[in-house]
Design a protein around this ligand. Sequence first.
Ligand SMILES: *[C@@H]1O[C@H](CO)[C@@H](O)[C@H](O)[C@H]1NC(C)=O
Length: 470
Amino acid sequence: MDNKGFELQEGLPNSIPYNHHKETYATPAQEKRNPCSLMRIFLVCFLACLVTTSIGVLILSLVYVGSVNEKASREVINREINPNPPQKQAETRYSFLNRLGKSKEYLFEGGAIRWARFRKNPQDYNNENELSFGNSISSHRSKMTVATLRILGNGLRVPHWHFNANEHGFLIQGKAWIGVVDDGANTVATFNVTVGQVLFFPMNTLHWVKCVSDEDCLFILFFTTHDELKTLDMDDAFFETPEDVASRSLKPEGGVEFIRTFKKPAADQAINLPGNLMDLVQNANYVQAADTLVWQYFYDLKGSKQFIYSGGIIQWARHRKNGAGLSDKEKIYSDSINRHSDTLTLGTLRIYSNSLRQPHFHFNAHEMGYVISGCGVVGVVGDQPVDEFSVEVGDVFFFPIGTQHYIKSTCVEDFYMILAFNTGNQLETLDMDDYFHATADHILAQLFRKKQDEFKKIPKFQDDQAVIKP
Ligand SMILES: *[C@@H]1O[C@H](CO)[C@@H](O)[C@H](O)[C@H]1NC(C)=O
């Protein structure tokens, strides 16, 4: 494990009783060397005998006390699964929860970014809850990092690329004009995204995001790494290049003299918005490239098929074998995320007021979600006990692969969220009602020490019970 925070927690050296034993033993051994009478030898032997016996008794009682302690701590763990565990355990939720909407905003001239991520240097976290979340997504090897990107109207997330991650985005406010430049610039896809649509930037494709609405654009971004994200902005790449090399490559009119007219601004240009933008830009056009290009990087999640349950709606931006059930445009996206490795399945989950996404788990993916509207309560059953915790707009939750989880909607308005799963294949899921029905009732009777007939009380339904009304 490369995380020092965890190494520090590992067991204390168990050497104290051993040292005590050695010291006690040394005393009679030294006395043996004295020249002495029979009586003295007898006394020494008697004393040694006494000391050895008392050491024996001491060791026995230590072992006994040890096992009692162990039993006691096991009881503590059992008690923590109960609904009213000790208050000090509350922080375990931050292995599964990040208050992204309330975390520090990293401000730029044209917008701001917030991060729910892992940091190599623990000092780089803003508080211990963020550290707990960062360590959790890293130690589970989640292959996901979440960010929110806010761009002011006319602001630009400048052209850049990521060395170590694919990126999937979901627009929840505004309208943006996107550019993606693929290998050798053979593909230059430009298009507008509107609210409810999904973006996909494969690793190392150069891309930009220009907010073209009057209101701010707000994106939820998922990056497919749990390490620190490595990014290079186009201006930084340019200013790191020697003038003559840039001049010989770009062959501008005026040669190197022209290259020298570029001035590196003091501030990071990541999201920029020059005050004199109107003077700089004479005619901006926001064209859309051909469908075959555009739909590799773009998916209309909001316009896609709705999977309707009694308690809510799920929609998917995912890969389907042979494009089953997808429109022609959706098939292009489906093939695209399947062709690249380490892509994500995205989905929106709408849970009506007071409805429930029932307990379930995924066989083949970690899950992260971002709360867009409404509020709710989340429960996780994983490898450590954790209380139910409430989530609200701006929160990010993390369900490690295989951990059982449920989501209850607890407000008057619908609870609406964007979910990401780290698989570019079909997601595999098992719901609680399904695994109860699939387990033979005599096995349930034996497990729960209940009469077999009792299990007939758990009914089977025609409809999928994934999201259920109250
Ligand atoms: C994209 O949006 C901009 C700004 O609203 C608009 O001017 C442009 O026509 C749009 N482009 C397409 C192809 O829809």
